[in-house]
Design a protein around this ligand. Structure first.
Ligand SMILES: [Zn+2]
Length: 337
């Protein structure tokens, strides 16, 4: 009886996945909120080529298109509780699912804070630039708060005074964040919070008004999340990656940039001290420095930011090791189709 059940189960798995696998399959989230990142699962079918050769472009309701996101290989993921490490092979041996899911490719995309809510579409292009598969998804509205920041004379001049070194640093920083290295696929698991605190002093996407010492006003959008914590609080890498920058900057103070994927970076600002150097490899949880108030800061805090293809998105939407699809979590998703 048990053997028959197993046989039926394997036939069912084989049948359902053969259908899903014969053609390239795209599994987008149902919806993404404005200003948030999301993982997208793509199964190239048989004969897939290297993940970084595939790109994904989002088309918004107003006709705007995103820059092309690069694919990366889905990590195997941790075995489920009570499951042997080889459980996946055992369960799917001889079915088309095993190979197809092993070739699963992920994209980490982000929707800008000013995207038009409503219907949107994503298209995956193969390494030859030919559209492989597309899917529709919804962009959901999200409200962002406002805040006023009063700056004293010193902080005002730090923000507005012309300074060739500041300009040079800004140009180099922007160039770094717009770098898309197809070989930079270091993310082997999900993201964790970089500091152990729940105290957020400024949220992602806040519309900010800077009120200068002379009464002048400027506005901007807060591109990260601020955690207020005592000076010296340990700061850890949010995910595995390569340190792309560890540098004392005029405006952002001691700043660490970690490259996780082609074009995807987490950024840590105003650090009191830095424990890593450019080129270092880090894992999620590796200590990279300590909270401080270097640069333009009105108190000790960590400014944590996440950018994909240059666009800032809410880093907290990534936190939770279960947020990143793995071949273990992708399988049930295919079977559920
Ligand atoms: Zn901040």
């Amino acid at each position: 009886m048990k053997a028959l059940k197993l046989l039926l189960l394997s036939l069912f798995i084989g049948a359902s996945t053969v259908v899903a696998m014969a053609q390239p399959t795209l599994l987008p989230p149902d919806a993404i909120r404005r200003g948030e990142p999301a993982f997208v699962v793509f199964l190239p079918g048989h004969g897939g080529q290297p993940a970084a050769g595939y790109t994904l472009t989002i088309r918004y309701a107003d006709g705007r298109e995103s820059l092309p996101y690069r694919g990366f290989k889905a990590p195997p993921g941790l075995p489920a509780a009570g499951q042997r490490a080889g459980g996946l092979d055992t369960a799917y041996a001889g079915t088309s699912a095993s190979g197809a899911v092993r070739s699963a490719i992920l994209f980490l995309v982000s929707v800008p804070t000013d995207a038009v809510p409503g219907d949107a579409a994503m298209v995956v292009f193969d390494p030859d630039g030919i559209a492989a598969v597309g899917a529709r998804f919804a962009i959901v509205d999200r409200a962002f708060l406002h805040e006023d920041l009063r700056l004293d004379t010193a902080l005002t001049s730090l923000r507005i005074d012309a300074d060739p070194l500041k300009t040079e640093q800004a140009i180099r920083y922007q160039a770094l964040l717009s770098t898309v290295d197809p070989a930079a696929a270091f993310l082997g698991g999900g993201f964790v919070k970089p500091v152990a605190t729940e105290r957020i002093t400024s949220f992602f996407g806040m519309r900010r008004r800077y009120i200068y010492a002379d009464g002048g006003i400027d506005s901007s959008t807060h591109s990260g999340v601020d955690y207020g914590c005592p000076r010296g609080t340990p700061v850890v890498a949010a995910g595995s990656g390569r340190v792309a920058m560890a540098e004392a900057r005029i405006v952002t103070g001691n700043t660490v940039v970690i490259e996780h994927l082609p074009g995807a970076y987490t950024i840590y600002m105003h650090l009191d001290s830095m424990a890593v150097a450019a080129g270092d490899m880090v894992e999620a949880g590796t200590r990279i420095g300590a909270v401080g108030m270097t640069g333009l800061a009105t108190g000790p805090h960590l400014h944590w930011e996440f950018r994909v293809m240059g666009a800032a998105c809410d880093p907290e939407a990534l936190v939770g090791l279960d947020k990143m699809p793995t071949i273990r979590t992708i399988l049930p998703a295919i079977e559920g189709r």
